[in-house]
Design a binder for this molecule. Structure first.
Ligand code: DAH
Length: 345
C-alpha cells in the first residue's frame, strides 16, 4: 500500500497539465471518490490495524496534494481562458466612435490664430477681465469725456452695498493687456493676447454682450506700417487661404495713429456681394494701427526710440467667416446639432 502511495504521489507531481482536457483527465484520475486515490482509501480497511494510522496520514497527504494541484491549474486555466476570449475579438472591425464631445468652433479658431502668430515669433499674454478705467480707457489715450468712450458700451461693476463704481468695469476690449505688457516688460515686445470681452449690447444675430478678441502688439526700434501690413496680410492668407485679398481702410482709434481697419474679400459670395458683406464684397476682420506715441509714453516707453503696431480682431467674426455661420447666438446656445458639426476639426 505504501509503495502504491509513493508511486501515485510521484505521478501526481509529474502530471503535465497544459489544457482543459488534461485538467479534466487529471481530475478523473486523481481527484474524487472514483479516482485511484479514492480506491486506495477503500483499501485502507485491509491495512493492518497498527499501520492504518500512518498509512492513512500518507494517503491524506496524497489526496491533499492532488486536490491542491487541481485547484492551482483550474485557477490558471480560468485566467488564461479570459485572455483567449479577448483575442477572439475581431480587430478589423471599425472602432466604436468616441462620443465625448467636440471642440467648440471658437476654440478651434483661437488655437489656429495662436498657431499662425506663434510661427511669426509672437508670444502669448493674458490680463484681467475685471479692469480699471485706467487700463481699459485712460492709458489708451481715451480722454476724459472723449466721445470715443461711448463707442463702447461698458458694464460697470457694483461695489458692495450696490453703489456702481465708475472706475471698475468689465473690459470692453483686450487692448487693456497691451498697456499691462508695455508697463511690465521692456521692448522688444511681440505678443498676442486672446480673451473674453464684454459690452452692454442687446443680443442679436450680429451683436452679443460677451465675445472674444485677440489683441496683438509689436514694439521695437524701427517698426513701421509696412510691418503691420505684412503681418496681417500673412495672417489673412494663412487663416482664409492664399487667394484671399486684403485691403486696408483708414479708420480711427484713440490709441493708434494712423489707424486702419483690415478687410478681406467676402468668403460667402467671393466678393460678388451678399447680405453678409452688405453687398460690398468686403468684410472687416480687424482694427489696427501704429501705437500712438502718447500711449507709449503713458506706459513708460520712450516714443523717440521705439515705435510699434497693434491690432485687435474678433474671434467670433473670424469663425463666422471661416465656417459661413450667420448668427452669433449659435456660439453660446449649446445646441449640440450645431456643435457636433465641428467634430474632429
Ligand atoms: N480695441 C479695438 C476694439 O475693440 C480693436 C483694436 C483696434 C485693437 C486697433 C487694436 C488696434 O490694438 O490697434 O474695437
Amino acid at each position: 500500500m505504501q509503495e502504491k502511495i509513493k508511486e501515485i504521489t510521484q505521478q501526481v507531481a509529474d502530471y503535465q497539465i497544459d489544457n482543459k482536457e488534461q485538467l479534466e483527465a487529471f481530475r478523473i484520475a486523481y481527484v474524487g471518490r472514483k479516482s485511484v486515490i479514492g480506491e486506495l482509501f477503500d483499501g485502507l480497511k485491509e491495512v493492518a490495524q497498527e499501520d492504518r494510522r500512518a498509512v492513512g496520514q500518507e494517503l491524506n497527504a496524497l489526496k491533499n496534494a492532488a486536490q491542491a494541484k487541481f485547484d492551482e491549474f483550474q485557477t490558471l486555466m480560468e485566467a488564461t481562458a479570459d485572455k483567449s476570449v479577448a483575442v477572439e475579438f475581431d480587430l478589423t472591425l471599425p472602432v466604436i466612435p468616441n462620443t465625448l464631445g467636440s471642440v467648440h468652433p471658437l476654440t478651434v479658431v483661437r488655437a489656429r490664430i495662436i498657431e499662425i502668430f506663434e510661427k511669426m515669433g509672437f508670444s502669448l499674454s493674458d490680463g484681467p477681465e475685471i479692469e480699471s478705467d485706467f487700463y481699459n480707457f485712460t492709458a489708451l489715450n481715451f480722454a476724459e469725456n472723449h466721445p470715443a468712450r461711448e463707442m463702447q458700451d461698458t458694464f460697470f461693476i457694483e461695489k458692495k452695498g450696490g453703489e456702481v463704481a465708475d472706475d471698475i468695469l468689465l473690459r470692453t476690449h483686450t487692448s487693456n493687456v497691451q498697456v499691462r505688457l508695455m508697463q511690465n516688460q521692456k521692448p522688444p515686445l511681440r505678443a498676442i493676447m486672446p480673451g473674453r470681452v464684454y459690452r452692454n449690447e442687446a443680443i442679436s444675430a450680429r451683436a452679443h454682450c460677451l465675445f472674444h478678441q485677440v489683441e496683438g502688439l509689436y514694439v521695437d526700434k524701427n517698426v513701421g506700417f509696412k510691418d503691420l501690413k505684412d503681418t496681417l496680410f500673412h495672417f489673412a492668407k494663412e487663416m482664409f487661404g492664399q487667394d484671399t485679398k486684403v485691403r486696408y481702410r483708414p479708420s480711427y482709434f484713440p490709441f493708434t495713429e494712423p489707424s486702419a481697419e483690415i478687410d478681406i474679400t467676402c468668403l460667402i459670395c467671393k466678393g460678388k456681394g451678399c447680405n453678409v458683406c452688405k453687398y460690398s464684397g468686403w468684410v472687416e476682420i480687424a482694427g489696427s494701427g501704429m501705437v500712438d506715441p502718447n500711449v507709449l509714453e503713458l506706459c513708460g516707453i520712450d516714443s523717440k526710440e521705439y515705435t510699434g503696431f497693434a491690432f485687435g480682431m474678433g474671434i467670433e467674426r473670424i469663425t463666422m467667416l471661416k465656417y459661413g455661420i450667420k448668427d452669433l447666438r449659435l456660439f453660446t446656445e449649446n445646441d449640440v446639432r450645431f456643435l457636433r458639426q465641428f467634430d474632429g476639426v
